[in-house]
Design a protein around this ligand. Sequence first.
Ligand code: NAI
Ligand code: MG
Length: 360
Amino acid sequence: MKRKIAVLPGDGIGKEVAGGAVEILEAVAERFEHEFTFEYGQIGGAAIDATGQPLPDETIELCKSSDAILLGAVGGPKWDSQPTHLRPERGLLKIRKDLNLYANLRPISYFSSLSEASPLKQEIIEDVDFIIVRELTGGLYFGKPSERTIFEGKEAVVDTLFYQKEEMRRIIELSFEIASQRQKKVTSVDKANVLESSRLWRETAEEVAKNYPDVTLEHMLVDNAAMQLIRNPRQFDVVVTENMFGDILSDEASVLTGSLGMLSSASISVDGPSLFEPIHGSAPDIAGKNVANPLATILSAAYMLRLSFGMEKEAEAVEKAVHSVLDSGFRTIDIAGNNTESLSTEEMIAEVKAALLNEV
Ligand code: NAI
Ligand code: MG
């Protein structure tokens, strides 16, 4: 099959790990006789330096004409003092909005060979396997007004949590669809004891649930969910929540697997190409040192193969290669623990590629 992939490496380690995922996709094309073409676009700080904009129009056009998008990460101290509309993160918010990327999926699963990398007890994280479905284009991160103001003569500020009911319905529906293919349980997370938006969210979830009689719906307040994720994460199958709660809970959940460097994500579009990226940022503290863990991005590429291209056996081959490399004891610095030697980014990519091409 022929597929065109837009690659947006971004900043910091984004460039190092995106390059690794491209190498693995090239190896997939070789082994399974597909034709993948890669076209590169700019986003984030790199785009600001080159064009003055965190997300130039050419990048949007490139994405719209591609079958899927692979993103590294954006940001870094160099751009921290820029005005808000010229910060690298604006590029991320804009690409989500412009491409209608309404649903962010973050699978959280246990890597048996990495149990020592998590600060949590083995008996808590063992066999954890759930997915967080985060609403990505509404809520507090996009609501207007969002500004400094003066209230009763004194300095004040306002952010707005705005949702249309339809935006809630489509993400909740997606979570039920996903749950139907898994353990048939949806945990809807909200703050319905305080927020009106959460009360509408809860009502909408109840309405959607009527169409999925074989899926169990449970509601959980976000503060309790934050605790349950660490106390008893095996209770979850599909967790669905609004934008900000999902942002916070999914970073928290990453602790279960040991390292941010292991977690992939997909952002699904309503009507166009979907975007795949690691959940971590540009890691300025290790950027340029060839030590970043490329596995989150490689696993995001596997996710692309599965969700955007329907290439299930190709996706499984990549995942199997990653697991076999870990089982063989290969580690980058973030998952090495104290007494293991660690591989560079490039060495880790080479190991995964070799495992992929040598599999039968
Ligand atoms: P970060 O995820 O970049 O790094 C947090 C910590 O995890 C650092 O110590 C880093 O070295 C480590 N880490 C992250 N990914 C790793 C990997 N693949 N291998 C090994 N270690 C890894 O988050 P931080 O430091 O809060 O943000 C740095 C910059 O990234 C900021 O400018 C932030 O705005 C941006 N950012 C961008 C995101 C994106 O592009 N989607 C997401 C989160 C942050
Ligand atoms: Mg985050």
